[in-house]
Design a protein around this ligand. Structure first.
Ligand code: ZN
Length: 701
């Protein structure tokens, strides 16, 4: 629905080595060590009789739990390492039976370690296990790097006779060769060593870039409580003056977001905005330049004009030039709507703040947008909350997907869970188990703080069923004082993440792990989830579970309509803002990093695209974390939104629960996994190539 919010809860970062399809994963089933501590079942079976003092006993148990976890976590990696030599020393003709299938199983093993480590690092309640998981993750990822640059494996793939292979096996071989070449495996040894060094340095610099952002929390001082006017009461209560009579407001989200939205004092909002846009300022300009330089070097070694061309090549986008054209096209489409939104903001400012105002400043946009929404669209986000009781929403979501895809959820009986708040279900289709899902939906100390879908096992036909987990932070019915009520934005997030989960499970019935589930082009991955958000905005769907927690009254249609109208206000400026980010991301990676003036680039792109003037004294790019993970391809969110809007058209026309279409979507798009190019899957579903019509209509409304 909204690009700027979905950006915050994307699924776990795809592996930099997409070839191996090893995305962050979840673990714990059968991992006694990993599951101890929180699991009820385990607590009950832990031997109680002992002669030693309880605290010594606890310490010993802790050590054993961590050791057990390490062994279990590295099990897959060790198996893969053991299997590799046999694969390489194979004499005679290599074929599917003696090479491709064992290779597939080797990757299944590697994923077992990578996924377990990644999930446990994100969710395990015990810190010692989390750090053991980090270690396991590092070991696994260096093995993955080794595989991706392995000359012997490349040669083995290159000599495969694919004549009698079916389309999927042929595609697998082609993709593997392409990805080996993209890694630089066919270069001479000195170059390969340099490439490996570059990758290593980039990982370290990337971590440094992220750490600089997280560590640099800034703050402003507010002289007196009455300057907090406009902010909610609980916010004011939580920000009492210190011993010197000063109130401290930091750039951390829970402080920052409400302050920019509600604080009446324009000067303070400006001060906080500038403080925030200076985080990691000097240090990250330096780190970023080093990253950009290494990326440019790698692209040059591999024969590309720049990093943008390199990184887009295996995406739907294919080149930096096309990405640039796409951004321009979106800007052009959103321009009129953005100007209209901006005019409304300016009119409000003239009427209420400054009669002679000529522009709206960036630090005023959230504040004024909120005012316009409540005055002109008479919608308050608080009024729908009583209709979204957590348990009802979860049940509703399971019911909806169950009907859409002809599946059933059966509580999983014999699964050890890493925390009492986690639940697990077997996914059944026609009486047969096709996968398993885990729902870890509530916050706790030390847990991953956003919302994401983690892969635990990629489905491989005949080998293992897909297993996936949602890791979210929604209100907890077990600990909440009253009913656990959700914001509608959280409901949308939950649908979004569930979209990834369904893709993972329904697409996880393929033969090759590299074509399983969400292993499609990176810039397509968000489309199914963005589309599924539409279900959370539909009155008919909502009325199935959104009932007032006290009266039982179904959410009124009129309220949902008002909510939708309010949501569409500002979509023009939000889209343009996203395109400013996308341009920074792309153009930083097209420029020569030695001469790039980052500040100047951001300033000129803002002037060119945004209706809001550039704010002097800011260094937005220094704390734009996605410059590390996404590098040049921040455009992906808007790109998959274009496709999501088009994918939705048959449902919009025929009904969201129309079985003919939900089943067709299940089989042609989700079920196909990565067996074909995403564009082909979309065509197969729509009966034509995808286009911009629906997206343009949405922006021009
Ligand atoms: Zn997502």
């Amino acid at each position: 629905m909204k690009a700027q919010t979905v950006a915050a809860h994307r699924r776990s970062t795809p592996s930099p080595i997409r070839h191996f399809a090893l995305v962050a994963g979840i673990g714990c089933v059968g991992l006694a060590g990993a599951c101890s501590g929180a699991s009820q079942e385990l607590k009950e079976t832990t031997p109680k009789e002992t002669q030693i003092a309880p605290e010594v006993d606890a310490a010993k148990e802790e050590v054993t739990a961590v050791q057990n976890f390490e062994i279990e976590c590295l099990d897959g990696l060790n198996a893969a390492k053991k299997a590799l030599p046999a694969l390489l020393s194979l004499g005679g003709v290599r074929d599917q039976e003696n090479f491709l299938i064992p290779y597939n199983l080797l990757l299944v093993d590697v994923e077992r370690s990578a996924a377990t480590a990644s999930l446990m690092n994100a969710v395990h309640p015990d810190e010692a296990i989390r750090s053991a998981a980090q270690k396991c993750e590092q070991e696994t990822s260096s093995f993955i790097t080794e595989l991706s640059l392995h000359r012997g494996l490349f040669d083995a793939f290159a000599t495969l006779d694919t004549k009698n292979f079916d389309t999927e096996a042929k595609r697998l071989v082609e993709r593997s060769l392409r990805d080996y070449r993209r890694a630089g495996v066919d270069k001479d040894e000195a170059t390969r060593i340099r490439l490996m060094k570059i990758d290593e340095s980039m990982v370290k610099l990337g971590q440094e870039f992220g750490k600089n952002i997280v560590d640099d929390v800034r703050q402003i001082e507010v002289a007196a409580a009455d300057l907090l006017k406009g902010l909610p009461e609980d916010y004011i209560r939580a920000h009492a003056p210190n011993a010197d009579g000063k109130i401290i407001i930091t750039t951390e989200y829970p402080d920052l977001i409400p302050f920019l939205r509600y604080a009446e004092d324009d000067g303070l909002r400006k001060e906080l905005y500038i403080a925030n846009k200076n985080r990691a300022g000097e240090s990250n300009e330096k780190t970023l330049r080093e990253i950009l330089t290494l990326r440019a070097e790698k692209a040059t070694i591999l024969g590309y004009a720049n990093w943008a061309d390199y990184v887009t090549e295996d995406k739907m986008m294919k080149s930096g030039k096309k990405a640039s054209e796409f951004i321009n096209r979106v800007v052009k489409t959103a321009d009129k709507r953005s100007k209209r939104d901006y005019k409304e903001l300016l009119a409000w400012k003239k009427k209420n703040m400054d009669r002679r105002a000529k522009s709206v400043e960036a630090w005023q946009s959230s504040f004024i947008e909120n005012k316009v929404k409540s005055e002109s669209y008479s919608f308050d986000t608080q009024e729908v909350r009583p209709y979204f009781k957590y348990e009802e929403v979860q049940k509703g979501l399971l019911d909806v997907t169950s009907k859409m895809y002809g599946i059933e959820y059966k509580p999983a009986a014999d699964v050890e869970l890493w925390h009492e708040d986690v639940s697990a279900y077997e996914v059944m289709q026609g009486g047969k188990k096709i996968g398993r899902i885990f729902l870890d939906m509530h916050p706790r100390d030390g847990k991953y703080g956003h919302a994401a879908q983690f892969t635990y096992r990629s489905g491989v036909a005949g080998v293992q069923a897909p297993e996936g987990v949602l890791v979210c932070n929604f209100p907890n019915p077990r600990t909440s004082e009253g009913a656990a009520l959700m914001e509608h934005a959280q409901v949308t997030t939950m649908f979004h993440e569930f979209g990834h989960l369904m893709h993972h499970v329904l697409g996880g019935q393929r033969k090759w792990i590299q074509q399983s589930g969400v292993a499609t082009e990176w810039d397509f991955v968000e489309a199914p989830s963005q589309m599924f958000e539409e279900w959370a905005w539909d009155h008919e769907i909502l009325s199935g579970f959104a009932k007032h927690h006290k009266t039982g009254q179904v959410i009124p249609k009129e309220m949902v309509e008002r909510m939708r109208r309010a949501d569409t206000f500002g979509v023009g400026i939000r889209t343009i803002r996203q395109m400013v980010y996308a341009s920074v991301s792309l153009e930083f990676h097209q420029a020569d990093p030695t001469t790039l003036d980052m500040g100047k680039k951001v300033r000129s792109l803002t002037a060119k695209l945004s209706p809001f003037p550039f704010v002097e004294g800011t260094k937005f790019h220094s704390s734009f974390g996605h410059l590390n993970g996404y590098s040049a391809i921040y455009y992906t969110y808007m790109w998959s939104m274009v496709i999501a809007k088009d994918l939705f058209t048959p449902f919009d026309k025929n009904g969201l629960m129309n079985e003919e279409w939900t089943h067709k979507y299940r089989d042609t798009v989700l079920g196909a996994g990565g067996t074909k190019d995403a564009a082909e899957l979309v065509s197969a579903f729509l009966g034509r190539d995808f286009n911009y019509e629906a997206f343009e209509k949405y922006l021009r409304k």
